[in-house]
Design a protein around this ligand. Structure first.
Ligand SMILES: [Zn+2]
Length: 77
């Protein structure tokens, strides 16, 4: 079963960052300010070339931590 990670990748300010902010269905629109895992408030860039920017090292580390941390199973309905 597919379980999404609790964060999303978002290009902003020349690098690809990760954010735990709720993501709109079509992704963070350009100009949408997100709180990145590296501790900044950055405006997203949803243009296609932005996805080829280099990954933010600080976000990469934090995202790995989040990904390997077992999330408690969601109980109830
Ligand atoms: Zn970052």
């Amino acid at each position: 079963m597919f379980r999404p990670h609790p964060f999303h990748w978002v290009p902003a300010e020349g690098k690809r960052h990760a954010s735990t902010d709720p993501k709109p269905f079509k992704g963070y629109p350009t100009g949408f300010v997100v709180a990145t895992l590296c501790g900044h408030q950055l405006a997203a860039d949803n243009s296609e070339p932005a996805w080829f920017w280099e990954m933010c090292a600080a976000c990469d580390v934090k995202a790995r931590d989040l990904a390997k941390t077992p999330t408690p199973p969601v109980g109830g309905a």
